[in-house]
Design a protein around this ligand. Structure first.
Ligand code: UD1
Length: 377
């Protein structure tokens, strides 16, 4: 009996919580097997290894160890190495998730090598072509034979772009599967004790988009604005490696005066912005779950905040996940720091909207995908 081999591709931090639930739902034995391919786009323990461990994802069968590079350099390296792997050990289908460079690079290689391509989180569009992720999404979807979507809107987008109805499956959100499956295990990070944090009395900040963090002046402007409007709530800032490079050029403690002294602020003597290295999955989501709000330029975090009912202020002009705004707790503040003050004002005055959870964000997406792949009846 010939086995059918599915390559499951993961490369960067936001991929790991999306593949975990698919692997968990995979039945043991059977004719359809998977090979877990890590491209090595993210490679630090804090960005990769810790997530595999905490989410109970098996060790990758192959690690292409591509590492960092320019947009083209990294994409090309992934393509060369994945092509070589397929030449040596072919597969039948390539399943990619999300919108990172590894997603698009492997989809292109697989399609040219004659494999079928399946895309999890298909059909998302921000309309912002300055973001490498938008290019990755559109290219990946255009090549995909099977499109798994997180919303009815994403399915409609794919239909409008010419996909056949039979290729599109609205399965829900595997990132939410991971969140719900691990929620009981969330635990406070070390900084919880160190900073003497109290539930509901601090903000979480994440920034990693090149447009927000690659220029010192822009990053500094954001941080100053946040300090000015945070009403002395501590702002916990787990720093992405890309952001860390620019942050080195800024004296964070010089920003951290206490505009409105509170017990919390005086106690620490340092002030509101408290940086930490990137956190594990369980620790980061504990912080978000209990925060007053999260300020971010991530896409995935807007979904997690929506599910946990935590106010979310997004420092971007567009989103590929509009249901986090129309239904959830997320609001697009934009990229003009002037807009952040009024938004935080509404938050502190208790005028933030209550969200609802979008359809099929119910923890069962991985199971639906596995069923459609023909693994379960
Ligand atoms: C990538 C994704 C982005 C995703 C983000 C999540 C693309 C185009 N971007 O952006 O969509 O939201 O991951 O984190 O695929 N670095 C380390 N250690 C690591 C990985 C990276 O120090 O383990 C440093 C490197 O110096 C690298 C920089 O971080 O140059 C950026 O990494 P890269 O993978 O190029 O892009 P991200 O900004 O992480």
């Amino acid at each position: 009996m010939k086995t059918y081999l599915i390559d499951i591709i993961a490369g960067a931090r936001p991929n790991f919580m999306k593949i975990g639930p698919i692997l968990k739902a995979w039945p043991k034995g059977g004719r359809i097997r998977y090979r877990l391919v890590h491209t090595g786009q993210h490679y630090d323990q804090a960005m990769s290894g810790n997530f595999f461990r905490q989410l109970g994802i098996p060790k990758p069968d192959v690690n292409l160890e591509v590492g960092s590079g320019s947009q083209a350099g990294q994409t090309a390296e992934i393509m060369k190495r994945y092509e070589a792997l397929l030449a040596k050990k072919p597969a039948d289908l390539c399943l990619v998730v999300g919108d990172v460079n590894s997603t698009m690079a492997c989809a292109i290689v697989a399609k040219k090598a004659g494999l079928k391509v399946a895309h999890v989180e298909a059909g998302l569009r921000s309309g912002d072509w300055r973001m490498p992720e938008e290019v990755n999404r559109v290219v990946t979807d255009s090549l995909s034979d099977l499109c798994f979507t997180t919303s009815a809107l994403a399915s409609r987008t794919l239909l409008q772009e010419g996909k056949k109805r039979s290729q599109i499956h609205f399965v829900g959100n595997t990132m939410v599967d991971s969140l719900l499956a691990h929620r009981k295990q969330f635990r406070p990070p070390v900084i919880w004790q160190e900073a003497g944090l109290t539930k509901g009395k601090y903000l979480v900040l994440t920034l990693h988009r090149p447009s927000n963090v690659d220029r010192k002046e822009k990053l500094e402007e954001w941080l100053r604005t946040i300090v000015r409007h945070s009403r002395a709530y501590p702002v916990i800032f787990p720093v992405h490696p890309r952001t860390a490079k620019t942050l080195k050029l800024i004296r964070v403690d010089s920003l951290s005066h206490c505009p409105l002294p509170t017990a919390n602020c005086q106690q620490k003597g340092s002030g509101p912005i408290l940086t930490t290295p990137p956190l594990g999955y369980l620790e980061f989501n504990y912080l978000v779950e209990h925060a007053k709000a999260v300020i971010t330029d991530s896409g995935g975090i807007t979904e997690e905040a929506t599910v946990m009912g935590v106010p979310c202020l997004t420092l971007r002009d567009t989103t590929e996940r509009p249901e986090t705004v129309t239904m959830g707790t997320n609001e697009l503040v934009g990229t003009d720091p002037e807009k952040l003050g009024p938004a935080l004002g509404r938050l502190f005055e208790g005028r933030w909207k209550q969200g609802k959870i979008p359809a099929r964000w119910d923890g069962k997406a991985g199971g639906r995908i596995v069923k459609i792949l023909g693994l379960r009846t």
